[in-house]
Design a protein around this ligand. Sequence first.
Ligand code: GUN
Length: 290
Amino acid sequence: MAAKLIDGRKVADQIYADLESDITALKRKGVIPKLTVVLVGDDPASAVYVRMKAKACEKLGLISETLTFPASMTQKEILQLIDQLNANSNVHGILVQMPLPDQMDANEVIERISPEKDVDGFHPVNKGRLQSGLDAFLPCTPFGVQKMLEYSGISTVGKNVVIVGRSQIVGMPLALLLAQKRNNADATVTICHSRTKNIDFFTKNADIVIAAIGKPEFITASMVAENSIVIDVGVNRVEDPRSERGYKLVGDVKFDEVSEKVQAITPVPGGVGPMTIAMLMYNTVKAAQE
Ligand code: GUN
């Protein structure tokens, strides 16, 4: 492999080390940050993510609570639950794991969470504050990508950053974050998506390509430049009869061939995933400080 591997687990450990003094200071004041996660239904991938979030809380000495409900939960019931959690001063962060079952209106659920407890950074108030350059809870995956670049010594200033994918959770907020006039941003950002003509024209001219489209191994070696940096946000389950569980995880980047060509790359798993969880811990501590 020619490329340098950007190890998300190592960077996440640095974030955890940096958080320790803040957690100790809060504990001295009698405050232990508490994250409440709401999981509705039985999506297996969601269950794995929720367990990883709880484990990270445990590791840092934060309180974590996971409330699980059947897929038949109603909109009224989840809104009532959120009202209770908003009113509970022991709960600092609220996270409703997505996706929600079809009968629920996810936007209404997100809007019901108090913006001060919205550690996912999904509430329109936090999105608006990000867009306005104000202090906000930043969505964990975009924030994690930015921190990962920063901690790896990769500057985004004046760079051509091409984001492939325009989701509300990753592509859109990441573009806003990296285009801002501030440290670890100041990039020239292009968003490519399913209707973009000649995606490779953009990706080939990028200094940094960020793949967040949810299509397994979409970015191939012929689409990227030598010397570029490739960040893979994708986590896709693809069938693998050789694996005991019957599937394997692959990113949105064809890792084997792209890693032979570029300057640096993130693996899947072990790249952006651990950073998303680290920034959730960061946001939970921040929520407890406020
Ligand atoms: N589902 C996939 N990613 C996320 C995330 O970052 N937050 C929540 N709440 N649900 C998700």
